[in-house]
Structure formats: C-alpha cells, structure tokens
Design a protein around this ligand. Structure first.
Ligand code: F0G
Length: 462
C-alpha cells in the first residue's frame, strides 16, 4: 500500500457554481475549420474549439466575490468610486504610488513608451513580449535582449530562466551610454521564455546596478504572483514568505509598471500603468485621455475596476497559486511521460512544446510551431498558440527575427479546466507526437504589417 502521510496534492481551493457547455466536433469538421482559418488558431471560431488553450489572457473564471463586485461598479465618467478602490488595491498590494487604468496591458505599454522613450534610445529587457516591444519601437526605441542565455535553451533546467545577464546590460551601457537607456524592461514570469521566473537576488543586483547608472526599472507585472510563487518554492530564504509578501518585495525593487490584469488578476478585461514618479504620472495622465479615456476609468467600465480590485487580492493567495501552477505542472509532467519535448522547467501559465525538437524535419521557414498547433487542433479540438518565428515578426529593417525558441504554447486559463481536461490534452499531444513524421510544414500566404501572428494566413506545403 502507498503511504500517504504528509503527501497532499494541489486540489483547487474553490468549487464550481456554474458551468459553460462545450461543443464536441468531429475530425472532418475540424479539418474544414482550420483550413478556413488559414491554419492560424487565432482565426478559428471559438464555437469550433473544445479545450481552449490559446491564451490565459482574459479567459479566467471569476469568483462569486468578483461577480458580486460587478454590481457595485460606479459608472460615473469622472471620479468613479471604483477607480479609488482599484487605486487602493494597487497601492496596498503592489506598493506603487500613482496609477492609471487602461483597457488592457498594451494600452498601458503605449502610454508608458510614449512618455519615457525618445527616438534612438535603447530599451533592454529580459526577453521581448510582442506588444511591449512593438510599442517601444513605435515610440522610436530599440529593444535589446539581456536575458541570460539559459532562457533561449529549451532543455536548460535553470530555475530562474527569467534572470537578467548584467554583463549584457553593462555592454549596452558601455556602447551607448546610460543616458540613452530610459529604462530596463523587466517582465515577471517571462512569457516568451516559457513562463519562467526571475529571482529576487537577480532583481536586487539589477536594482543596485541600475541605481548606479541612474536608469529606471519598469516592471511588466502581468504574471507577478506566479513569479512570486516560484520564488517561494525555489529561492533560498523565501520558503516562509507568502506570495503576497514576495509580490510586494518584487514591486518595491522597480520604479513603475505596466499590467495586463487579464492574466494574474483573474479578470476578463483591464490593465493599468503605475509609477512612483510624479512627472511620469502627470504626463501619462494627460496622454491617457487621448488614447483610453479619462484618467479615472482609462477605457474600463467601473464594474471592471471593481472586479480587478478583488481579483488582485485573490491572486495573492498562496493556495490559489499552488493549485494554479500545480495544474500546469500536472499537464507538463503528463506530456513529458509520453515523450513530448517541452520547455523545462515547466512554466507558470502553460506548457510550452519545443516544436523544433518535435518536428526536426521542418526548417524554421516552414513554421513548425504554427503547423503543430494546427495539427493538434485537428486531432482533438484543443486550441494552442504559436510562439516562434511567426510571433517574433520582422525587425524594423524588414528582416525576419529567427528566435531560438520555436514553441507551441498550451496556455492554461485560471480556474477554468479540470484535471480530466489536462489528461485529454496530454493524450492528444501524445497521439500527434506518434505520427509526427507525417506532419508537413506551412507557407505564409498573407502577412499583415504589425503583430502578424494574429492575422497571418497559411497553406499546407505538399
Ligand atoms: N505583457 C505580457 C507579458 C503579456 O503576456 C501580454 C499579453 C501583454 C503584456 C499585453 O497585455 O494583452 O492585455 O494588451 N499577453 C497575451 C498572451 C495576449 O496571450 O500572452 P494585453
């Protein structure tokens, strides 16, 4: 008999009160649907999807407390009480002084980039994110990747693959001068690296280094609580600290932030920009009325701000994070047990399959991750997302970026799917893996100018 003393699994700290029915489809229906979608999972209709792992963005299940908070929304155009609740939650739990709500993360990125970046400046960061880098470029800046080399290696088991390589930053300062660097852009739980955390130790070193050079740290805190959970699990000296305390400490090491509340903060829409500098706030508050709405709603309904304020607090529960990340880990381990090549360590918001290792017979110009995502959908109706050469897009000079990581992301929405869903997903990945040699590449037949992965269309190579 197996001994169970002191062994407990990560079962969810909630139960279901309402369910959403899913449509089951046939293989023939899915073949037709993905062809009509130009082999781009973004262009599928969600009614054709069984388990939707496209993204963890805006796909969270809200709690009963959040739903009831919606009824308290103050929909005043100016001075909404809901704004003050959101401001209070951000100040209390994250510690930033001034806040500006925006309709989602990229709204905050747009405003922050316009306020801080001047033409010809350099913005170093721990790996790029699609919308973040584009806004930096549109504001006249140039992104430079300063993440540690391990982050680009899908097989490295380094526990903090989100860390910054300070030597890379030092080189940039030597080459361009500190005055050319408006800020260092730091994401907590680096999305494109596979949901990998940065350590407090690294962040503290970065803080000391940037202080010396008078450079700000701007924090993309979209998945900060997930990063904090990894710190609690992996970093020396943090085992006894709560997720809430660690999140506060992370934020205290930075000067401002952009946030897509659609992830960590457990809502379906919303975001904000935060800063500790009055001058930055003043300019951003002025710009937000141009792009988003008055500074006390920033494109959100009052009820959205209520739901975010409650969601922030719920996201800081260690029990919530244990179940959230436990579920992702469960899926990753199951996929691994079937031999499917995945990015290690298993990330916070999803399992990332290494499409180069999965389909070694395809060159990166044949879009292996895009082709694999289409094949998975045909197999089971599970919708995943390409995170490789298509997502990486083109450089300002028009040449393709060729990212080291060519991944298919199985992103897990928070509080939405069950363990049995995870089993079905892993089984589907395993059966596609068994017939991997028969999978053909794609050619791109339509390419939009910005963020091409959203609308690009493909055809199957014969
Ligand atoms: N930063 C990170 C790290 C993100 O993952 C996202 C969105 C954003 C900023 C932009 O926020 O979507 O609210 O405008 N990531 C989503 C994803 C889209 O699927 O990874 P947004």
């Amino acid at each position: 008999m197996t001994k169970l003393i002191n062994k407990r699994s990560w079962a969810e700290p909630y139960k279901m009160k309402m369910v959403e029915l899913l449509k089951m489809t046939t293989r023939a229906q899915r073949v037709k649907a993905i062809k009509e979608a130009g082999y781009n999972t973004f262009l599928l209709r969600s009614k054709d999807v069984y388990i939707d792992l496209l993204t963890d963005s805006g796909t969270n299940a809200m709690s009963d407390r959040q739903w009831s908070a919606l009824m308290l929304g103050d929909e005043a155009y100016a001075g909404s009480e809901s704004y003050f609740k959101l401001e209070k939650a951000i100040q209390q739990f994250y510690g930033y002084k001034y806040i500006i709500p925006t309709h989602q993360g990229r709204g905050a990125e747009n405003i922050l980039s316009q306020v801080l970046i001047r033409k010809g400046q350099i913005v170093p960061g721990n790996m790029y994110f699609t919308t973040t880098r584009l806004h930096q470029e549109l504001a006249g800046g140039k992104f430079e990747d300063i993440i540690i080399d391990e982050a680009h290696d899908s097989t490295s088991e380094f526990p903090f693959k989100g860390n910054v390589d300070l030597a890379k930053l030092e080189l940039l300062i030597k080459k361009h001068g500190a005055e050319k660097i408006p800020y260092v852009s730091i994401a907590t739980n680096v999305n494109m690296a596979g949901g990998q955390p940065i350590s407090i130790k690294n962040l503290k070193e970065l803080r000391a280094f940037t202080k010396k050079h008078g450079i700000r740290i701007i924090h993309d805190m979209t998945r900060v609580a997930e990063n904090a959970f990894f710190i609690q699990q992996r970093e020396k000296g943090y085992q006894q600290k709560s997720v809430r305390e660690i999140v506060y400490e992370i934020c205290s090491l930075t000067d401002g932030a952009t946030m897509s509340a659609k992830k960590d903060a457990l809502v379906n829409i919303g975001g904000f920009m935060a800063t500790n500098e009055w001058d930055v706030f003043e300019e951003a508050r002025n710009l937000v009325v141009v792009y988003e709405g008055l500074h006390t709603y920033g494109g959100l309904a009052g009820r959205d701000m209520e739901a975010i304020a409650v969601g922030i607090e719920e996201s800081l529960s260690t029990h919530h994070q244990r179940a959230r990340i436990g579920q992702v880990e469960y899926l990753g381990k199951k996929m691994e047990s079937y031999g499917v090549p995945i990015v290690k360590p298993i990330g916070g918001h999803g399992v990332f399959v290494d499409a180069k290792a999965f389909l070694p017979h395809l060159s990166q110009d044949q879009f292996p991750a895009q082709a694999l995502a289409a094949e998975l959908f045909i197999d089971s109706g599970v919708r995943t997302m390409e995170r490789g050469i298509v997502s990486a897009g083109r450089k300002p000079d028009g040449k393709n970026y060729y990212p080291e990581l060519e991944l298919v992301r199985f992103t897990i929405p928070r509080r939405v799917y069950t363990q049995a869903h995870m089993d079905v997903i892993a089984e589907s990945a395993a059966s596609v893996f068994e017939k991997r040699k028969t999978i053909k590449g794609l050619k791109m037949v339509y390419e939009p100018k910005y963020l091409r992965f959203f609308h690009a269309r493909f055809e199957k190579l014969m």
